[in-house]
Design a protein around this ligand. Structure first.
Ligand code: HEC
Ligand code: HEC
Length: 188
C-alpha cells in the first residue's frame, strides 16, 4: 500500500515537473505582426477573398514587388488551393499589397521572440534611452503616436531593421513603457 502511494506521488511530481518545463515554451513563441484591416474598396476585397483560411497579419512578413505578390497569389493560392479572384478584385488587392508590403517596406522579422523583462523603464530612463538610440536618425517621434504593445513592437523592430542598434531586452523594456504611456487607452 505504501509503495502505491509512493508511485502516485512520484507520478504527480513528474507531471508537475513536466508542466513547469513546458510553460516557458508557450510564453516564448515568436512575436507576430499586426496588420489593420484597411478602409476603402480593398477592405471588402480582402473580406470576400482572403480571410476564410487565415488572417491578414502574415502579409507583413513579406516585402515584395508586384510581381512577387502576383506569384504568391498565383501559385500558393490559385493553382494550389483553387482560390478564384475576379480581375477587378485582383487589381485592387495587388495595388494594396504593393503599396503596403512592397520593396520599400520592412518585413516583420519572422523569428523574433519577445524577451521576458523583470526591470521596467520609468519616464526619465525611457527618455534617456530614446534620446540615445533614436535621435541618431531623426527627432523623437513617439509622442505623436498611440499604439498597443504589439503595434509598438512592430514599429521598434522596423527601426532595428532600418539600422537602430537595440538589444532584444531593451526593445521589450521600451515597448512595455510605450504601451503604458503611449498606449491606445489614453489616461488624459
Ligand atoms: C483556401 C484557403 C486560402 C485562402 C482563401 C487564402 N489563403 Fe493565403 N495561404 C493559405 C495557406 C494554406 C497558406 C500557407 C501556404 C504555405 O506556406 O505553403 C497561405 C499563405 C499566405 C501568405 C504567406 C504567409 C506567410 O506566413 O508568409 C500570404 C501573404 C497569403 N497567404 C495571402 C493571401 C491573400 C492576399 C489571400 C486573398 C487572395 C489569401 N491568402 C487567401 C490559404 C489561403
Ligand atoms: C538607423 C536610423 C533610425 C533609427 C536609429 C531610428 N529610426 Fe525611426 N525611422 C527611420 C526611418 C528611415 C523612418 C521612415 C522614414 C521617415 O519617416 O523618415 C523612421 C520612421 C519612424 C517613425 C514614423 C513611422 C510612421 O509610421 O510614421 C517613428 C514613430 C519612429 N521612426 C520611431 C523611432 C524610435 C522610437 C526609434 C528608437 C527606438 C527610432 N525610430 C530609431 C530610421 C531610424
Amino acid at each position: 500500500m505504501r509503495w502505491r502511494v509512493f508511485q502516485v506521488l512520484l507520478a504527480m511530481i513528474v507531471a508537475a515537473g513536466m508542466t513547469t518545463f513546458t510553460l516557458p515554451a508557450v510564453a516564448q513563441s515568436a512575436a507576430r505582426p499586426q496588420v489593420k484591416l484597411p478602409e476603402g474598396p480593398v477592405r471588402s476585397v480582402l473580406l470576400k477573398n482572403c480571410v476564410s483560411c487565415h488572417g491578414i497579419d502574415d502579409y507583413a512578413f513579406h516585402a515584395m514587388d508586384r510581381k512577387g505578390w502576383q506569384e504568391l497569389i498565383n501559385t500558393l493560392h490559385k493553382e494550389q488551393r483553387g482560390v478564384v479572384l475576379s480581375r477587378r478584385d485582383e487589381r485592387i488587392l495587388l495595388n494594396y499589397l504593393e503599396e503596403n508590403f512592397g520593396t520599400e517596406s520592412v518585413p516583420f522579422p519572422r523569428n523574433y521572440v519577445a524577451s521576458e523583462i523583470t526591470e521596467f523603464f520609468d519616464n526619465p530612463q525611457a527618455r534617456i534611452f530614446l534620446e540615445g538610440t533614436c535621435t541618431e536618425c531623426h527627432e523623437l517621434r513617439v509622442f505623436e503616436h498611440r499604439k498597443d504593445v504589439p503595434g509598438w513592437r512592430a514599429l521598434v523592430l522596423d527601426m532595428r531593421e532600418r539600422g537602430a542598434s537595440i538589444a532584444d531586452l531593451d526593445i521589450e523594456k521600451l515597448v512595455e513603457w510605450l504601451g503604458r504611456v503611449r498606449g491606445t487607452n489614453p489616461v488624459e
